[in-house]
Design a binder for this molecule. Sequence first.
Ligand SMILES: Nc1nc2c(ncn2[C@@H]2O[C@H](COP(=O)(O)OP(=O)(O)OP(=O)(O)O)[C@@H](O)[C@H]2O)c(=O)[nH]1
Ligand SMILES: [Mg+2]
Length: 329
Amino acid sequence: MSFFKKLKDKFTKSTDSVTEKFKQGLTKTRDNFTSKVNDLVARYRKVDEDFFEELEEILIQADVGFNTVMELVEELKMEVKKKNIQDPAEVQSVISEKLVEIYEGNNEAPNTINIQANGLTVILFVGVNGVGKTTTIGKLAHKYKNEDKKVLLAAGDTFRAGAIDQLEVWGNRVGVDVIKQGEGSDPAAVMYDAIQAAKARKADILLCDTAGRLQNKVNLMNELEKVKRVIEREIPGAPHEVLLVLDATTGQNAMVQAKTFKEATNVSGIVLTKLDGTAKGGIVLAIRNELQIPVKFVGLGEKMDDLQEFDAEKYVYGLFSNVIEQSQE
Ligand SMILES: Nc1nc2c(ncn2[C@@H]2O[C@H](COP(=O)(O)OP(=O)(O)OP(=O)(O)O)[C@@H](O)[C@H]2O)c(=O)[nH]1
Ligand SMILES: [Mg+2]
């Protein structure tokens, strides 16, 4: 059975709202990347070197990342030879299968959030300004609250004017409390307060906002380290996740940011926001494979329920949904 058929059976017939979100959120990438692949398979009569070269180009343009593209195309060539595939149209299904395999094959670290079964889970959000940290915290607060968890927010961005208010707007919208101090106060002190409050109120989840911009990068990294140290000291084993938020529309720049943060702190996962805003959604694969950090959540739009746990099969379904839905198998 082809991989397309497998995805079709799994996703097309169900009216799963999460799969629908992936499909919606990946519209731009599908229109760009997948339509180029469609065009390619329509133009070639057989699978040859030129075909693979053009495919490489398309994948690189979709921000899949050079090394990942090389790995993928090598695998494809082997598979095409092994299965003696002549028809370029058949290759599409193999591409989608290899995309999932490459994502999952490199997946030593878990995709899921390390939620503590008993006691408080502390999640720290880091990333440069404007990537979507605060919005992501709001969306996650909504998600966890809906799962009947007691959620608290820590207003650790004391640097940017308006940052605390913005978090409070989310807190009010979702119906969770925000622990804060005044603008300009020490973010490590805010974290200390927030942890004491979380303990006293027996909260399940504490989501910690941080600044994305300071006078310079060294200050930013030092501040994050200090914040982390306070959390570690107050709760052994915490923070349970350090999520680096990256904006998918910034492409290779997001990769550079990830490398900087990875050097400075222990990043346990990525939140890739604004996937709906880019035609180059291949960046998910580049991040996973070239940084060895799992993408734990993706932002597929601006609404509260547009933040979803990343799932490689749903992602690939979203990329190829029109071809999959039309396939006659
Ligand atoms: N389309 C889309 N927009 C998003 C998504 N996530 C965040 N945004 C938008 O991105 C903008 C910036 O988001 P913020 O949450 O303020 O970013 P931040 O990282 O907290 O920024 P600073 O506080 O300046 O460091 C907002 O307009 C959000 O609505 C997403 O998944 N899709
Ligand atoms: Mg913010």
